[in-house]
Write a protein that binds this ligand. Structure first.
Ligand SMILES: [Fe+2]
Length: 189
């Protein structure tokens, strides 16, 4: 059956993006666990628990991406070796980390993850695969929420510029997902 006519056969570029997210989220989960074990400081328990919640969400995301690949009749590359080979993230520090250091290192990777998801969302747009796009949009909503939780631990000085990989605006041909309502004034009575 031709890929073009069967929405249940994944387009190669969409499957590539899904496999990239399998690798990235599995790698990030292992890095968040590394932070969970090695963070030190007076807020240890709160941060230790937050990082475990993040790791649990990442594990669900790995599973969602991998099962979406199967639904598209392709094969996920889900082993730790594949994750290490294909993830764009740099390695996490293999030392004890003070709270702010640990949170900054994890936050930096969440921002990179969100930027990669924006690219995956745009790929789905070009490939007209709205169902996979929905998977990526939902994941990005979680990733951005968790980045906010992390950032809030760092205080006001932690507000970061948007990552370079994340476009400032969507292409003009595509309406923004969260388009504001038109400024129409209610008719006077
Ligand atoms: Fe634990």
């Amino acid at each position: 059956m031709a890929t073009e006519t069967n929405p249940q056969v994944g387009k190669p570029q969409v499957v590539v993006q899904l496999n990239l997210m399998v690798a990235l989220s599995a790698d990030l989960r292992s890095q968040v666990k590394q932070a969970h074990w090695n963070v030190v400081g007076e807020n240890f328990i709160a941060i230790h628990k937050l990082l475990d919640e993040l790791a649990a969400t990442l594990l669900l995301q790995v599973d969602t991406y991998a099962e979406r690949i199967r639904a598209l009749q392709a094969v996920p590359r889900g082993t730790a070796r594949e994750a290490a080979k294909n993830s764009p993230l740099k390695e996490f520090p293999l030392t004890e980390l003070d709270e702010a250091e640990a949170i900054r290192a994890v936050l930096e990777r969440y921002e990179q993850y969100s930027g990669a998801l924006t690219e995956a969302i745009d790929t789905c747009d070009k490939s007209e695969d709205m169902t996979t796009q929905d998977v990526f949009i939902e994941a990005q909503r979680d990733v951005d929420l968790q980045a906010y939780f992390l950032r809030s631990h760092l205080g006001k000085s932690a507000r970061t510029a948007r990552p370079a990989s994340k476009p400032a605006a969507r292409p003009a041909s595509k309406p923004a997902r969260a388009a504001s309502k038109p400024a129409v004034r209610p008719a006077k009575k």
